[in-house]
Ligand binder design. Structure first.
Ligand SMILES: N[C@@H](CCC(=O)N[C@@H](CS)C(=O)NCC(=O)O)C(=O)O
Length: 329
């Protein structure tokens, strides 16, 4: 375990001695590919997510956009409980499938019905593993191991991993188009640290200095995205949906319901302060089921407000903002 993650469990221990939150490096970095260790196959792979988690949410969106959800047993989803406790994420029965292909009773990976927590699965994959046990996870049931637990790589892999097994219309479809790669990569360079992870750096800061040094760059970066979208474009790049949209969406859709209050990201809301970002988000949510069907506001709110007891000791989940996302007009 690196110094950055010296504290194993408990959200009160998420920050370093200097009060700054630092996210750990993901450990499992393989991919599903033909002729590789993890070959594409029906009935072999599983996706473990928390509906609240913005990183796991990326994978759920791409799974649906690629039509992977349309092939039974190609990549079934296992949803963990919304509460992240001291022991990490737990597997619990989840009775509302929400169009995710989630089994109605129980959520365990076949063969691992005895596992109560995600950390037990990580131990199967690597008995020496001692870092935080995060979602998303792509699980290989044949080799009994984790293929990948880094969302940015999972979503790239899903672009092509199952292309021979999914319906024809989805084959070859990519959210990382060759012609826009340098622009998309450059976008991630400032959006990941300042926005995607930036909200966490504000929320998990344990000193005034740490908070203040992150809240400015967060809103400066939102201002920058707002300017990009001011020409009325539907998508960030190339007139088409790319991973830049997907990765930004999962943070923005959580912003007003959670980050604004819970993480103290409260200089402006998206709905009142960023009309172009708001419109871009509304369009994705209301016009594309891959976004709407995978966005579970109840789970999102329950997770953040109830799990981080150092931030919200009484675990009260606020009712608003209502509606959680404004209708398109
Ligand atoms: N870099 C990872 C980050 C994933 C991550 O941090 N997930 C959080 C949930 S939002 C998690 O599972 N945390 C569990 C824990 O810290 O115990 C990715 O993008 O996949």
């Amino acid at each position: 375990m690196s110094d950055d993650n010296a504290h194993k469990d408990g959200f009160s221990k998420w920050s370093n001695k200097d009060g700054h939150f630092r996210r750990q490096e993901s450990s499992f970095r393989s991919s599903i590919e033909k002729d590789g260790k993890h070959q594409p196959e029906v009935g072999r792979y599983h996706l473990v997510v928390a509906l609240a988690c913005p990183w796991a949410h990326r994978a759920l969106i791409v799974r649906k956009l690629k039509g992977i959800d349309q092939v039974p047993d190609l990549l079934p989803v296992h949803v963990v409980d919304s509460l992240l406790g001291d022991e990490g994420w737990s597997f619990v029965p989840y009775d509302e499938p929400k169009g995710l292909g989630v089994p109605g009773t129980g959520n365990h990976i076949p063969g691992h019905e005895d596992k109560k927590r995600i950390r037990e699965l990580y131990k199967v994959a690597d008995p020496e593993y001692s870092q935080r046990c995060t979602v998303p996870v792509i699980w290989d049931a044949k080799l009994n191991t984790i293929v990948n637990n880094e969302s940015s790589e999972v979503i790239r892999n899903l672009n092509y991993a199952f292309d021979e097994l999914i319906p024809q219309e989805f084959r070859g479809k990519t959210f990382y188009p060759e012609a826009s790669r340098s622009e998309i990569d450059a976008f991630h360079e400032w959006v990941y640290p300042n926005i995607n992870n930036g909200v966490y750096k504000c929320g998990f800061a344990t000193t005034q200095e740490a908070y203040e040094s992150n809240v400015g760059p967060l809103f400066d970066s939102l201002d920058r995205v707002e300017k990009m979208l001011a020409d009325g474009r539907t998508y960030l790049y190339a007139d088409t949906l790319t991973e830049a949209d997907i990765r930004l969406y999962t943070t923005i859709v959580r912003f007003d319901p959670v980050y604004f209050t819970h993480f103290k990201c409260n200089l402006r809301t998206i709905r009142d302060g960023y009309p172009h970002i708001n419109k871009w988000m509304q369009n994705l949510y209301w016009n594309n089921p891959a976004f709407k069907d995978t966005t579970d506001f109840d789970s999102i709110k329950a997770h953040y407000f109830q799990s981080h007891i150092n931030i919200n000791p009484n675990r009260i989940v606020p009712q608003g903002p209502l509606p959680h996302i404004l209708p398109l007009n």
